[in-house]
Design a protein around this ligand. Structure first.
Ligand SMILES: [Zn+2]
Length: 464
C-alpha cells in the first residue's frame, strides 16, 4: 500500500504545482486578459449555481439571459447579495454533492465568532486544499521568499513542535529546513522573544497583536539587535504604526494576508507596497455601498466575496461583514485588484443616538503610538467606554487625557471613559481578540481584576 500512497502523493504534488503555474500565469496577465479569465470563471460558477443549487435556481435570471451578458460587472448587477443570515438559515439549499465523489471528501468548515452565530460552508476537500496550497506557493513566489531559509511560527496552536519538517506545500519546492512552532498561549512575550533570539528565523508567522508586543519588548529590552526578513501576519488588520514598529525592532517587513474560513485566501500583500491584492485566481471581490451599488476607488464599502471554484457550496456575492476600499491600479506589474484598506468589520460600528451607523476603528490611531501601552482592549458598555490596558509605567495626566479624547471622538458617544489596568498574566489568553468590543451590560467600577477578566472572557475569539 505504501506504493499506492507514494503515487497519490506524487500526483497531488504535480497537480498543486500545475495549479501554481496557472496562478503565476495570472499574476503576469494584463488587466484585460485577467478580466476575461475571471469573467469566464464567474459565468461557469453562476450557471452551475443556477442549475444545481436550489437557493439560486429561483432567484438568478435565466440561463439564456446570463449567457447574453458580456462583463462581470453587468452579470453581478443581476444577482442578489447573499447575507450571512441567509447562509446560516439555508445551508441545506446551498450545496450540491456530486454523486461520483467520495462522501468523506466533503468537509464542512465553520467560522469562529465570539458574539455572532458561526457560518458553515461545505467544500470538496481535495480540490480546496490543493488550491489553497497552490495559492500559498504563488504567494511565496510573488513575495520572493526562499524555501531554503528558516521558518518559525508563534501562534495559537494546540501542539508545539520543535525542529519538524515543514511538509507540503513548501516541501514541493524543496524546503527541507526543520521548523519550530510555539504556542503563544504557553509562553510569555519575554520567553517568545528569547526564543526568537535563539531560533533566528528568516520568516516568522505570528499574529498582529503578538507582533506588536514582541517589537515593543525588543525595543525596550537592551537585547542585541536581531533581524527577521518577513513577519507573516495572519487574520489581523495591520496598521502603518505596526509596520513601522516591526521595521524598527526587527528590521522586518510585514507580509500580511486577508483570509477567512469561508473562502481561504481573499487577498495577499503586494510584493512592493503596503496594500493588498485580491486573490484573483480564487475569488471575485466587490465593494458596494449601503444601496448595493459599486463604490469608486478610494471609497469604503461592504465587501462581497464570490468563490470561483467552490462548486459544492457556491457563495456568490456573499457579504462577509468586512468594510474595505479598492485602491488605484498597482505599478508593481501585478494586476490583481488592489485592496487599499480593510477598514473594519461591519459589526465594528455603533448606532448613534440619532440612529446613524458609525464605524469605529483604531486604524492609524494616535494613541497606539504611545509606546508605554504594551497591550489594550476597549470595551463599550451600556454606560461607559472602558480602556483596559497593560503598561510598565502609569500614564501621566496628559497621556490619559489624550486617550480619553481620542476614544470620545472615535465613538462619538457621550459616555465616561474608565481606565483599568490588568497585569501581564491576564493578557496571555487574550492574543486573539478584536481591538474593541461591545458588552450589553453596565460597567461596575467595583469589579476587581478577576471579576473584570471574567466579564471580558466571552469577548475572546476562539481560533480553534
Ligand atoms: Zn501592489
Amino acid at each position: 500500500m505504501v506504493e499506492v500512497d507514494a503515487v497519490g502523493a506524487e500526483n497531488r504534488r504535480r497537480f498543486v504545482l500545475e495549479l501554481r503555474d496557472k496562478f503565476m500565469g495570472m499574476a503576469r496577465m494584463s488587466s484585460a486578459d485577467l478580466d476575461a479569465v475571471v469573467f469566464t470563471e464567474l459565468m461557469q460558477v453562476v450557471s452551475f449555481a443556477k442549475t444545481r443549487i436550489p437557493w439560486y435556481t429561483d432567484v438568478f435570471p435565466s440561463q439564456e439571459f446570463i449567457q447574453g451578458l458580456s462583463s462581470a460587472s453587468e452579470l453581478l448587477l443581476h444577482l442578489p447579495i447573499l447575507s450571512r443570515e441567509e447562509v446560516q438559515n439555508n445551508f441545506e439549499a446551498l450545496y450540491f454533492k456530486a454523486p461520483d465523489f467520495d462522501e468523506s471528501d466533503f468537509v464542512v468548515q465553520a467560522t469562529s465568532g465570539s458574539t455572532s452565530k458561526p457560518v458553515s460552508v461545505m467544500k470538496f476537500g481535495p480540490l480546496y486544499s490543493a488550491e489553497y496550497d497552490a495559492l500559498t506557493l504563488t504567494e511565496w513566489h510573488l513575495n520572493k521568499r526562499d524555501v531554503t531559509k528558516l521558518v518559525s511560527s508563534f501562534r495559537v496552536i494546540d501542539k508545539e513542535a520543535r525542529n519538524v519538517p515543514l511538509g507540503p506545500p513548501l516541501s514541493y519546492l524543496g524546503a527541507n529546513r526543520p521548523s519550530t512552532a510555539l504556542s503563544v498561549l504557553e509562553h510569555s512575550i519575554d520567553e517568545l522573544l528569547d526564543e526568537l533570539h535563539q531560533l533566528k528565523p528568516d520568516y516568522l508567522y505570528v499574529n498582529g497583536v503578538v507582533a506588536r508586543q514582541l517589537a515593543s519588548a525588543q525595543i525596550g529590552s537592551g537585547r542585541p539587535p536581531i533581524s527577521v526578513e518577513h513577519i507573516l501576519t495572519v487574520s489581523d488588520r495591520i496598521d502603518p504604526q505596526l509596520r513601522t514598529l516591526v521595521q524598527e525592532a526587527f528590521n522586518a517587513r510585514i507580509v500580511d494576508r486577508y483570509s477567512s474560513e469561508e473562502f481561504g485566501y481573499i487577498a495577499f500583500q503586494c510584493p512592493v507596497h503596503d496594500h493588498l491584492h485580491v486573490s484573483a485566481p480564487s475569488v471575485f471581490i466587490e465593494v458596494v455601498d449601503e444601496q448595493g451599488l459599486p463604490c469608486d476607488i478610494g471609497v469604503s464599502g461592504r465587501v462581497l466575496v464570490t468563490s470561483l471554484h467552490n462548486f459544492t457550496m457556491p457563495l456568490i456575492r456573499y457579504e462577509i461583514g468586512d468594510i474595505a476600499q479598492f485602491g488605484q491600479p498597482c505599478d508593481s506589474g501585478l494586476n490583481w485588484p488592489v485592496l487599499e484598506r480593510i477598514v473594519g468589520r461591519t459589526r465594528d460600528g455603533v448606532r448613534l443616538p440619532n440612529g446613524e451607523f458609525h464605524l469605529v476603528t483604531f486604524f492609524n490611531s494616535e494613541m497606539l503610538k504611545l509606546r508605554k501601552i504594551r497591550d489594550f482592549q476597549v470595551v463599550l458598555f451600556d454606560d461607559a467606554i472602558v480602556f483596559v490596558y497593560l503598561t510598565e509605567k502609569d500614564f501621566d495626566e496628559s497621556e490619559e487625557s489624550a486617550i480619553r479624547n481620542e476614544l470620545l471622538s472615535l465613538f462619538r458617544l457621550a459616555l465616561p471613559v474608565v481606565f483599568r489596568t490588568l497585569p501581564a498574566h491576564y493578557w496571555r489568553n487574550m492574543w486573539k481578540r478584536r481591538e474593541w468590543d461591545r458588552l450589553e451590560s453596565e460597567f461596575d467600577p467595583g469589579w476587581d481584576e478577576d471579576e473584570l477578566m471574567t466579564v471580558l472572557t466571552p469577548l475572546l475569539i476562539s481560533l480553534r
